[in-house]
Write a protein that binds this ligand. Structure first.
Ligand code: MN
Length: 429
């Protein structure tokens, strides 16, 4: 659904918003921030500034449904806001756009310079689930174990996932310590304990849950959109050596529970409306999804065209004053399952989702090596090192490496909508 905020001709009195690559007035993502010396509170990114929702409430700029939504959105965690129906989110978005519109009286006292503020994890995350919906990633990694039959037989029927760890989800900019664990390379007969030697990133779309469902009451796919409150970037840091040894038979554990990084801004579904696309048709011969995963409307417009980039800033680049090197470009259109299908599947057995729960999409790799979403794929499990512009090489991540994800949507006739960055630097274990 397109709201009035997204109108491409709309401009703001905040000068840096107009033409901003991530945060024009059409985006208005929600986050939690601290102005210098002040407590965390809800805010909205606009150009190089952050709109202070608590300050706006004090100045009585909102009325009616927008005021109620703003009260929830001004808090230090956004769970209450996420529990509200989509109509409340739209009311807030519309009211904030009106205040920031170029035809409105300027209210610079409601803004803070983003570069002077601290951004926080926007939500107290109850549960985190990581899917495996990037079919090229699933194929590439499966091929390393099963060259003739990379995808397991369930892949095209089941939106495969595991339950991840919510306590170690951190906001962009948080340092990530290399985990210790059991490593057992193929050439060794018994495992040893120590720092992971094969630390990797995974490029994923994060999905924030809005209103939940009662235990035992599945969310039908046609109603899934009401439960999807926003999107972010997500780095599912992965220790491949620990993973390879521990993962059978119950799946990932310590290889992934040490850290997951998310970008700070919750990009609302309304901001992404112009960039919805049909779910790409399944290749000839693939099964039709089962009925509970099939919805005509979802197939018509349930996928997203979001460009995704991975950049690496190594110690060698930093020493030489070089910019981060872009090592991959992918797109959310390579997901085999839509987000609505993930929601319908997650709840089909009665599992209850709660406001602020987080999904990871699974690693999103493009079909070609210039768009692979992990080093496991880019370096073929470490066998083909990646040559960096600084003269360094990488099989996997080294201490001091910073991984940076960016995402944006572009379409003729629309301002570019960006996600901001998802960054994390690797520190020794
Ligand atoms: Mn993952």
């Amino acid at each position: 659904m397109m709201d009035g905020v997204i109108a491409p001709e709309r401009k703001s009195w905040v000068p840096s918003a107009n033409g901003h690559p991530d945060f024009p007035i059409q985006n208005l993502p929600l986050g939690v921030f601290s102005p210098p010396g002040k407590e965390p509170r809800g805010g909205i990114a606009i150009g190089e500034m952050i709109f202070d929702i608590a300050a706006a409430l004090e100045a009585s700029v909102f009325t009616g449904a927008a005021r109620e939504a703003a009260e929830a959105a001004s808090a230090a965690t956004l769970n209450k806001f996420l529990s509200l129906p989509a109509s409340a989110r739209r009311a807030l978005r519309s009211a904030v756009a009106d205040v920031l519109d170029i035809n409105h009286k300027q209210r610079p006292e409601l803004l803070h310079r983003a570069d002077e503020c601290t951004l926080h994890l926007p939500v107290e995350i109850g549960d985190y689930t990581d899917f495996f919906a990037g079919i090229h990633h699933a194929t590439n990694t499966g091929r390393q174990f099963r060259p003739d039959n990379p995808l397991l037989p369930n892949y095209k029927y089941v939106p495969v996932a595991y339950h991840g760890r919510a306590s170690s989800v951190v906001v962009s900019g948080t340092e990530v310590r290399r985990p210790n664990g059991q490593r057992k390379p193929a050439a060794e007969t018994v495992p040893s304990f120590g720092p992971s030697r094969n630390l990797d990133f995974e490029l994923e779309l994060g999905i924030w849950m809005g209103p939940g469902n009662a235990l035992g009451e599945p969310i039908p796919i046609a109603g899934a959109a009401e439960h999807i409150a926003g999107f972010c970037l997500l780095n599912d840091w992965s220790a491949r050596d620990i993973q390879g040894w521990e993962y059978q038979p119950l799946g990932p554990f310590l290889a992934k529970n040490f850290a997951t990084t998310v970008s700070p801004w919750i990009i609302m579904p309304e901001a992404l409306a112009p960039f919805r696309i049909p779910q790409p048709p399944r290749p000839e011969g693939d099964p039709q999804p089962l009925a509970y995963l099939w919805d005509e409307n979802d197939q018509r417009s349930g996928a997203l065209a979001i460009m995704l980039e991975v950049l690496l800033l190594s110690p060698g680049m930093r020493e030489k004053g070089m910019a981060p090197q872009r090592i991959s470009v992918s797109n959310t259109k390579y997901l085999y399952w839509t987000v609505a299908q993930m929601v319908a599947h997650h709840t089909c057995g009665g599992c209850n989702l709660r406001p602020g729960d987080l999904f990871g999409s699974g690693t999103i790799s493009a079909p070609t090596p210039d768009g692979f979403g992990s080093l496991l794929e880019i370096t073929e499990g470490g066998r083909k090192p990646l040559a960096l512009s600084s003269g360094e090489q990488r099989r996997f991540l080294e201490d001091g490496d910073e991984v940076i994800f960016r995402a944006y949507c572009e379409k003729d006739g629309y301002p570019r909508i960006g996600f901001g960055e998802c960054r994390g630097i690797v520190r020794p274990g």
